[in-house]
Ligand binder design. Structure first.
Ligand code: TRP
Length: 452
């Protein structure tokens, strides 16, 4: 019989869980990754596929992941082993937890590098670096930062230490507090930026780019990227949401909670898109800027708007916080596992994981400059880590979760853990988990490698 409370602690209220899960979901994925991938993939049609993936794959899998975490009440690996044992299934399902721990570790390594860019921009903005900036100057400023391994290393190191410090302090005292005030503030500031976009940018052109689908621009690979983005932005497929679910009280509604997290996450991504594209078009920049998109575009707005110095600085501070609350959830599964199985202290386990991720992150940041000549499939280390995790490991993890909950667990256990009234919502969810999500993931995979 698994414990009804995790040894690592429990959220004080359901709202605390929603905030923490939202903190995990909302991060660089929404504000940095979403706009640039949309820009690279032609806009509207991509956004539509992304939204479909969020609703048909992301939301049901999030519920499945929380459900599993709450049933197992441990790190993803031990949760999978425990639930598999209870259901009389193979220990092989523990592998799913291992994929998750690996994916989280790999994501953290490059996530910290990008968060380091945001940190650097806090200081660029605060010292008046955006004043009088034009499109060309903004691109140069970004390029100069990427060209300096020392600067990237310094910011990457600071961010990794910040992350490790919160995780080391534990779930309640560390994770909960960081989110409560900062998330709403971030949304507020995005709304201000959208307001600026409406007044000063090519707002209509931005809206058209985001929402007018042109399916001829959509390749099979773009569909894979849209699905990968859905997993990445919702923190799904690697046990982050599972481990947060393991700290959720038994009474909370999994469905309502997931709905709230998904809605908040999608809102932030769309707001970011609405803020960025009108400014971009007004400045005559192309949407396919790649990973530098927001770092090249937003300073232009801050350069012009009244009190731009303050808005810019606060914006990047909030972006760092959003990244921080996400990064925390990337190491939590590995740390929880080390504490459970090797009886390491929380502090030591955190230090260990953060240190290895930091080392790999150095490889990622060097791929932006010194090692830019070394590529595989046309990608440097950073791009490879990003592609492998978001587009392959996370959907694979999600696929296994859907199979496990949809096909291997008995429906009785599923129902008793979900505690959803048997009715339309339940039936729809079960159908999505059993059929729609796994089949969709499989088809997208097969199409991307050219098999269907
Ligand atoms: N969802 C976060 C973002 O959008 C990143 C993230 C945090 C994540 N934890 C995760 C991604 C777990 C995948 C899996 O920035």
């Amino acid at each position: 019989m698994p414990a009804t409370v995790s040894i690592h602690g429990q959220w004080s209220t359901r709202l605390a869980f929603i905030l923490a899960a939202t903190g995990s979901a909302v991060g660089l994925g929404n504000i940095w990754r979403f706009p640039y991938i949309v820009g690279d993939n032609g806009g509207g049609a991509f956004v539509l596929v992304y939204l479909a993936c969020i609703l048909l794959i992301g939301l049901p899998i999030m519920m499945a992941e929380i459900l599993l975490g709450r049933r197992g009440r441990q790190s993803p690996i031990n949760t999978m082993l425990t639930v598999a044992r209870e259901e009389g299934l193979s220990r092989g399902w523990g592998l799913m937890g291992w994929i998750g721990v690996l994916a989280g570790f790999l994501i953290l390594s490059f996530y910290s590098v990008i968060a380091g860019w945001a940190l650097a921009y806090v200081f660029k903005s605060g010292s008046g670096g955006f004043i009088g900036l034009d499109a060309e100057g903004s691109s140069e400023m970004f390029g100069a930062m990427l060209a300096s391994p020392e600067a990237l290393l310094a910011w990457h190191t600071i961010f990794m230490v910040m992350t490790a410090m919160v995780v080391a302090r534990g779930v309640r005292s560390g994770l909960e507090r960081a989110v409560t005030i900062l998330m709403p503030l971030l949304v507020l500031l995005l709304v201000v930026l959208v307001g600026y976009s409406m007044a000063q940018g090519e707002f209509i052109a931005g809206v058209q780019f985001l929402f007018q689908p042109d399916f001829s621009a959509l390749s099979a690979n773009a569909v894979l990227l849209a699905m990968g983005q859905a997993f990445f932005t919702l923190s799904l497929g690697m046990g982050a949401i599972m481990v947060y679910g393991s700290y959720l009280s038994s009474e909370a509604s999994v469905a309502k909670t997931s709905g709230a997290v998904v809605a908040a996450d999608t809102l932030v991504a769309l707001l970011a898109g609405l803020a960025i594209f009108p400014i971009l078009f007004a400045a005559g920049l192309s949407p396919g800027q790649g990973p530098g998109l927001i770092f090249v575009t937003l300073p232009l707005a801050f350069a012009e708007m009244p009190m731009g110095l303050y808005f810019g600085t606060v914006f990047f501070v909030l972006l760092v916080f959003a990244a921080w609350t996400s990064a925390i959830s990337l190491i939590e599964p590995a740390v929880a596992f080390l504490v459970e199985n090797l009886s390491l202290t929380r502090v030591f386990a955190t230090t260990l994981v953060a240190m290895f991720a930091w080392l790999l992150g150095i490889g990622a940041l060097l791929s932006l400059n010194v090692w830019s000549g070394y590529t595989l499939f046309d990608m440097g280390i950073l791009d490879l880590l990003d592609y492998l995790t978001a587009n392959i490991l996370l959907p694979l993890g999600g696929f296994l979760i859907a199979l496990f909950v949809g096909w291997r667990m008995t429906e009785r256990s599923v129902q008793s853990e979900l505690r959803l009234k048997l009715g339309f919502v339940y039936s729809l969810w079960y159908f999505l988990v059993r059929y729609v999500a796994p089949i969709a993931i499989l088809v997208v995979f097969l199409r991307a490698i050219g098999l269907v």
